[in-house]
Design a protein around this ligand. Structure first.
Ligand SMILES: Cc1cc2nc3c(=O)[nH]c(=O)nc-3n(C[C@H](O)[C@H](O)[C@H](O)COP(=O)(O)OP(=O)(O)OC[C@H]3O[C@@H](n4cnc5c(N)ncnc54)[C@H](O)[C@@H]3O)c2cc1C
Length: 293
């Protein structure tokens, strides 16, 4: 595409894919119902407890007794306390433009439906939509102290302004284009940027979390591995080092907030300095630790 922000790029036609996430969710729902799964939406589980050969999950509308429990609660407050040591909810925001005219598309020279991401530490990701808009997201990864989570964090004027500024730096030819939609959501960040697994309640409960913003495809693998664990089976998946090991936990507060903010500032500085990483980031790299969205 014709943008002053880029010196070059690579095109990967096999390692990545674009999906419509709403259609994916609706399709998964339909597939579940077809094979007889009963879904209970808007029914938050408040707690789970282990009993001899079963687990009890408690909601405001009643309890569920289950032989096995698969926990896939992403960045939501976890039902097993131990998970809050490994996962922090980090807020990530997105803008969507109004539809571009044919002439605007021609000026930016983006004539395919490619998904795009830049290679900054604080990266942007973007794509086109069916009706000719651009979805533009990323950069900020905002942590709220105490694993802050909730609808009050789902909009951020500051992050929207930063995103808009970066959008027009990337596409100055469409100055004046307006944004019609904006939203944000929490990402389940862990210190190694890839999912981790485990079991609780003497193997009756299994969990997977920590996709660090890349769970749309990876959660298929995450779920299959979790089912292997619930079956108590040793499989090619459960033998993998990434399944057998856990990420390094985040420190408790206030060190957690301090460490995340310090690391975010260092990442931002590295992006401004042509990617040069300071001593703090180099030390984290050596330990296999990081912060990302
Ligand atoms: C702005 C944004 C952009 C993103 N972009 C990408 C991207 O480009 N590519 C990508 O791969 N990933 C992306 N992600 C991340 C991706 O959305 C997640 O990794 C993925 O959805 C994880 O799937 P999941 O099934 O584990 O969790 P979710 O899809 O979040 O599902 C978890 C479910 O658990 C339910 N739940 C939680 N707690 C409870 C409870 N106590 N009781 C009952 N139900 C509960 C929730 O209601 C929810 O339905 C993005 C995320 C955000 C916020």
């Amino acid at each position: 595409m014709d943008s002053p922000s880029y010196q070059g790029g690579t095109f990967d036609s096999r390692g990545v894919a674009l999906v419509d996430p709403a259609r994916l969710a609706w399709g998964l729902r339909a597939a579940c119902i077809e094979v007889g799964v009963r879904l209970f939406e808007r029914t938050p589980i408040r707690g789970i407890t282990s009993h001899d050969d079963h687990v009890i999950a408690v909601s405001r509308r009643g309890v569920v007794r289950a032989g096995r429990v698969a926990l896939a609660t992403n960045a939501y407050p976890p039902l097993l306390k131990r998970l809050s040591h490994y996962v922090v909810p980090v807020y990530d925001y997105v803008l969507v433009t109004e539809p571009l005219t044919d002439q605007q598309w021609a000026t930016i020279g983006w004539d395919g439906r490619e998904g795009v991401s830049d290679s900054g530490n604080q990266f942007h990701y973007y794509r086109t939509t069916d009706d000719g808009r651009i979805l533009w997201g990323g950069y900020d990864a905002v942590y709220h102290p105490g694993n802050g989570f909730g609808p009050q964090f789902e909009h951020s004027r500051e992050s929207y302004e930063t995103l808009a500024e970066h959008f027009f730096q990337t596409f100055p030819h469409v100055e004046g284009l307006r944004f019609s939609h904006a939203w944000g959501g929490a990402i389940d960040t862990c210190s190694r940027f890839s999912a981790f697994w485990g079991t609780a309640h003497e193997g009756k409960t299994a969990y997977v979390a920590g996709y660090t913003g890349l769970g749309v495809g990876a959660s298929r693998f995450g779920a299959l591995t979790m089912l292997d664990l619930l079956d108590g089976k040793a499989t090619e998946r459960t033998e993998l080092e990434m399944v057998r090991t856990k990420p390094i936990p985040f420190p408790p507060e206030p060190l957690r907030t301090w460490g995340i903010n310090w690391t975010t500032a260092a990442l931002q500085k590295a992006d401004e300095n042509g990617g040069r990483r300071n001593l703090w980031l180099q030390a984290l790299d050596r330990l296999g630790l990081g912060f990302d969205s």
